[in-house]
Design a protein around this ligand. Structure first.
Ligand code: ADP
Ligand code: MG
Length: 238
């Protein structure tokens, strides 16, 4: 359960993130954040993950205050993973070492299993430099999933990939989510993610949440100019 209350975050006088209230409960295991570029989606995700500290307001995860978790160095206990397009792979480590670093107590065979899940078995000893863009993404995904996160927060991680590959990665995430039941929060405008019309969608505009509803509700009643245009475009695409 993630709860935000009266959040204010300012970069400068030009942009303020202003979130009165946001609750992501168990009822919505998957939430997508959509909205115009510059509307504050990434800033919101970083605040939820404790990567940015709001100037006002509080963030709670499972009843624990984010600022307390940070000050007591317990943020890692949430098992919350944030992944963006900057994958942050370790250039000096091979694929298998990336997984073993995350699972130091695991057997070599367990680490190999994770590489197999993302079809990187034959690249086990390759370093990131020797991987294609898609393979890098898959390695980052395996590294994120292998700790069996409780919260997976994805900031357009697949935006630069072709839609077939992006869909493959999305399928891997869905499969793992069914097994491990983590909560997924993802910035994505992609129709491919929206198989389930009951997922929660949070629409942002100019630093505020203008609508938080199921995909079906948004299709039937989009609030704001951006949402209306977005739904119009999605329905054109089918
Ligand atoms: P989105 O992810 O929806 O595109 P962001 O959260 O990245 O939006 O950014 C929201 C606004 O804050 C934008 O206007 C952006 O230019 C501004 N912004 C983002 N990061 C910084 C920063 N480090 N310093 C100053 N302004 C920033
Ligand atoms: Mg962004």
């Amino acid at each position: 359960m993630v709860k935000l209350e009266n959040i204010i975050y300012r970069y400068d006088e030009k942009f303020t993130l202003n979130i009165k209230e946001l609750s992501l409960g168990e009822a919505f295991r998957t939430s997508y954040i959509v909205g115009a570029s510059g509307s504050g989606k990434s800033t919101l995700l970083k605040i939820i993950c404790g990567l940015k500290t709001p100037h006002k307001g509080c963030v709670e995860v499972d009843g624990k205050s984010m600022s307390d978790l940070i000050s007591t160095h317990k943020l890692h206990t949430l098992k919350m993973i944030y992944m963006s397009q900057e994958l942050g792979l370790w250039s000096h480590m091979s694929c298998i070492e990336h997984i073993r670093f995350m699972l130091p107590k695991s057997k070599h065979a367990t680490a190999l299993l994770w590489l197999e899940k993302v079809q990187l078995l034959e690249k086990a000893d390759a370093k990131p430099d020797a991987l294609s863009g898609g393979q890098k993404q898959r390695l980052a995904l395996a590294r994120a999933l292998c700790i069996e996160p409780r919260f997976l927060v994805l900031d357009e991680p697949f935006a630069s990939l072709d839609i077939v590959l992006a869909d493959e990665l999305q399928q891997i995430i869905s499969k793992e989510q069914k097994i491990h039941k983590f909560q997924l929060l993802q910035v994505s405008h992609n129709t491919l993610g929206f198989y389930d019309k009951n997922v929660n969608i949070i629409v942002m505009d100019k630093g505020e949440i203008v609508q938080s509803a199921t995909f079906t509700q948004i299709i039937n009643n989009p609030v704001g100019r951006w949402s209306k245009k977005w739904i119009e475009l999605l329905s054109k695409k089918g």
